[in-house]
Each structure stands twice: as C-alpha cells, then as structure tokens.
Design a protein around this ligand. Structure first.
Ligand code: FAD
Length: 479
C-alpha cells in the first residue's frame, strides 16, 4: 500500500485504484445529489468524498480510465443544475482546511471545500474578515469563486475579485498555481469558471482587518427610491433593497463600517417566529388559495416596516435568513438600465395584480449592486450592475408554480441587456452569451486547451457553454 500512495496515479493498476477509492466512495444507495433549493436532483454513477488532494488525483485518474466526466460539487447551493451530473461526482466537503493565515499581508489560503461559515470563524479568531459576502455563508469557497458570487455595494466587486491565486488540479493530472501574473488566462477563466477549468484545490484570498457594520433599515415608497436611485445606492458602502411589489414599498438596507459597539437589531419573535415559521405556514396555505399570496406579501412587508439600526460583526450583517427551499433566478442588469428595467417589471406585475387570474408572486424582489470587474465570465464584466432576483418559495419543500413568472421576468431583464447569474437557472445559449461576454470564446479556448476531452464538462456546461442539445429540465425535481 505505501508504495501505491507515493506512486503516480497513472501507474496504479485499475484494481488497486478501486481499492484505494473504496473508502471514499459513497454506497450506491446514497449516491444521490439534491440541491439546497430542492429544485434539481441527480443520481451520479459514483460519488467520491476525498479527504486529501492525492485522493482527488485518484478520482480523476479513474474518471480518465473509465471515460467518465467528473463534476466537482461543493455544498449544492446552486439553484440550477450547475453542480449536477449523471457520471462521476467529487464532493469537496472534507477538503475544508485553512492552510495559511497571514495577518500581516492580509491573506488567507484555504482548501476549496471549506464553507464560508468556517472561514469566517477562523478569520474572526485572527482578527480578519472577508471584504464582502452574499446573503449566506453556507457555500463552499470554491463554489463561490467559480460562480462569481456577489454581495452588494456599488464600489465592491464580486467575491472572486478578492482571489489572489488558485491551486488547480487539471484534467491531465497536473497541478498548477495561477494568478493575475502566472497563467493569467487560466486564472481569468477559473475565477468564474463554472467548475470547467479544473478542480480548485486551494484559494488564496485577500482579506481585511475584522470590522463591524452599522446597518440602517427603513421602508420607503418604490417611486421615491427609483426617482433618486443613484443617491440611495451611493449613500452607504453596502446598499441593498427588498422590494414588495404588492405594496409598492422598498425595504432599504444601508451599511457602513463602524467602530460603534455591537448592538444587533431584531428579535427572535419578529424575525424567527413570525418572519420565518408563521410565514412558511401562510405560504403553504397560499399554495392552495393563490389569492392569499398578495395578502401574505403585504403581511411580510408590514413585519419589516419599522426603522431599525443595528451594529454587528460584518459577516452577521451581510448574511440574512434566506428562508426555505425555493425556485429563484437572478440577472445582472447594467447599472444605467436599472430604473428602466425596474419600471418595466413594476408595470408587468401591476398588470398581473389587476387580473383576477394573474400571477401572485412571492416576495421580495431583491436588488443589489456590484462594481465593474475584468473577470471573463463575470456578469459584472466591464460594467457596474444591479442584480435583480426573484423567488418562489417551496414551503415545507412542496412545489409551487413559477415558470410563467420566471419567463416574463427573463423577457424583461433580457430587454435591458441582463446577464444571468451562472449558479441560477437560465436558458441562454452560446449565441446570446457570446454577445454579452466579450471573452466568451477565450473562455471556451482555455477550457478546450486545459481539458480537451471535456472531463470537467457536465450537462450544464455542455448546454450553455458548448451549445450541445442537453435538455434544461434533465435534472429537474419535477420534470
Ligand atoms: C440560500 C442561498 C443564498 C445565496 N446567496 C447568494 C448571494 O447572496 N449572492 C450570490 O451571488 N449567490 C448566492 N447564492 C448562490 C451561491 O453562492 C452559489 O450557487 C455557489 O456556487 C454555491 O456554492 P456551493 O458550494 O454550494 O457550490 P455548488 O452549488 O455545489 O457548485 C457550484 C459550482 O461550483 C463548482 N465547484 C465547487 N467546488 C469546486 C472546486 N473545488 N473546484 C472547481 N469547481 C468547484 C461546481 O462544479 C459548480 O460548477 C445563494 C444560494 C443559496 C441557496
């Protein structure tokens, strides 16, 4: 055995390869993958859970020998089938160590499978913090990087902009470190690479001294916010909006770095009992009595209506309760088109509300902002953007209608040159994506160079990047 552990994977006989992989292979009955939103499900032919990098090499070697594709999956929070496959899957949950913390140079190196929750905890112990975060910290670091996950703040880029270097395991079994100075094209492709460039073994991430945020929340009329949109967006470092279209009210959140003492806002009664559990029950009733959904949205808006000010550690303010399994989609619209796009969405929704048989959507519409960047496939490539996201909850996991709403929404954001969030479902094909992304063909060139056989190209990548006819509903929980 020891000689096999030091041998090159390509020299290990197939039978021994199976033996070495046996302890990290999930039993057949457990080889099933469901995303967090419970909207996509797949049954990979094998699921591996390696505990070290050598085992990743062994899995890759087996995939090569058996002619299988290999999809790396983090914690499955992508609301699309981005992480799904019918062939081999490598889960990174056990590749979750922090490898280096450099407080002086303000960076951290961690394995790709670490969750942001765990990373936040280690950073806090070292008096450090990530510069920006999305709504949750449950995702894996590599999952966040490969999808250009974003937080909010018109002067802040997507999280991948904090990546200084990546260590990758490529399809040919070699390892490479890439950064803006070293293998720069591979780096620009990989920091929003959809898992198609290689396995991200570790990430070197720029961080900053730990900070607290003071968040002010208030509810304002939709027209007032839209009229002075730029003033609102630039009035704090991190601004986000939750729009309740049934009441024409926008819940506005403005956060700035502060040295004030911690003083969290909110209470268990309002936020957890009423805002989570009671709402879930009401949404469940709304499945059967659609007309209730408008009233439930008004109630949720009312729950949040008072002005609040809270001070807490940055990551606790950035993160919010995303509630229950859900269908969701989100597109990045060029910042200059935000007002027009939201007005269009507003008219569409009002028309639906006036129609007795119209759509009664869930809430809120979430609106966030990112600075322009230079990452090839980042939706904020070359321009600041407004991210506009819609949602249909699945109370207690039960399904709800969403397709008509999402189709209408997509037609609207497309009119304003929107680019879809890669982790969320969309129907764009290479022809449209090429027009939206000047580096689309560079991305294809790089993945074809580093992975000519397409080992890392799952059904999602084949469909959207390579333009192969893969059914978009292939992994849908309710086909
Ligand atoms: C409740 C909720 C809230 C969210 N909030 C936000 C938000 O605020 N902002 C935002 O932008 N997005 C948000 N998302 C989307 C989320 O950040 C992305 O879907 C992210 O990719 C999830 O990470 P994951 O670990 O679950 O990755 P998975 O969904 O498991 O995989 C996503 C992609 O990462 C690739 N990948 C994972 N690990 C590796 C690796 N080691 N090497 C190479 N490729 C890898 C996979 O192949 C796949 O392509 C949210 C999602 C949910 C469910």
């Amino acid at each position: 055995m020891p000689s096999q552990l030091t041998a090159r994977p390509s020299d290990i006989p197939l039978k021994n390869l199976y033996n070495l992989l046996e302890p990290i292979t999930l039993p057949k009955e457990k080889a099933r993958f469901t995303n967090w939103g419970r909207s996509f499900v797949c049954t990979p032919s094998s699921i591996f859970e390696p505990e070290n990098e050598f085992q990743c090499e062994l899995v890759l070697e087996l995939a090569r020998r058996e002619g299988k594709t290999l999809r790396v999956a983090g914690v499955g929070h992508s609301p699309s089938d981005l992480a799904c496959t019918n062939e081999f899957m490598l889960r990174t949950t056990k590749l979750n160590r922090v490898l280096e913390v450099n407080t002086e140079k303000r960076y951290v190196v961690a394995q790709g499978g670490i969750t942001l929750d765990d990373l936040n905890a280690t950073l806090a112990k070292n008096n450090l913090a990530m510069t920006n975060l999305g709504s949750i910290s449950e995702q894996s670091l590599a999952g966040v990087v490969t999808t250009a996950t974003h937080g909010s703040g018109i002067s802040y880029g997507v999280i991948s902009m904090s990546v200084l270097a990546l260590s990758l395991l490529l399809a040919d079994g070699s390892r490479v470190t890439c950064s803006r100075n070293e293998h720069a094209e591979l780096f620009m492709a990989s920091i929003c690479g959809l898992g198609a460039t290689g396995i991200i073994l570790s990430v070197q991430l720029e961080v900053e001294p730990a900070f607290r945020l003071q968040e002010t929340q208030q509810s304002l009329p939709f027209d007032e916010v839209l009229q002075d949109l730029d003033k609102h967006v630039r009035s704090a470092e991190h601004v986000r909006f939750w729009w309740f279209p049934t009441r024409d009210i926008v819940r506005c959140s403005y956060s700035n770095r502060t040295t004030e003492a911690k003083n969290p806002a909110g209470s268990w009664w309002w936020h957890t009992f009423m805002g989570h559990h009671v709402l879930q029950f009401l949404l469940f009733l709304g499945r059967y009595f659609m007309f209730l959904n408008r009233w439930i949205a008004n109630f949720a808006c009312w729950l949040l209506s008072g002005d609040t000010i809270g001070v807490d550690d940055s990551y606790k303010i950035f993160n919010v309760d995303c509630r229950y399994p859900q269908h969701t989609t989100e597109w990045a619209v060029p910042y200059e088109n935000t007002q027009a796009c939201l007005r269009d969405l507003h008219s569409y929704l009002n028309k639906e509300f006036q129609d007795p048989d119209g759509i009664r959507p869930h809430f809120p519409v979430e609106i966030r902002f990112s600075a322009a960047d230079d990452i090839w496939l980042s939706p904020s490539y070359g321009q600041p953007v407004a991210w506009i996201g819609i949602i249909q909850y699945k109370p207690y996991g039960f399904n709800v209608p969403y397709r008509k709403l999402f189709k209408a929404y997509e037609e609207i954001v497309t009119r304003y040159q929107g680019r879809p969030h890669w982790a969320k479902p969309h129907l764009l094909q290479p022809d449209s994506l090429r027009k939206l992304y000047p580096h689309f063909d560079d991305f294809r060139r790089v993945i074809e160079d580093v992975d000519p056989e397409g080992i890392f190209r799952n059904e999602y990548v084949q469909r959207h990047i390579m333009g192969k006819p893969v059914d978009p509903r292939i992994f849908k929980q309710y086909p």
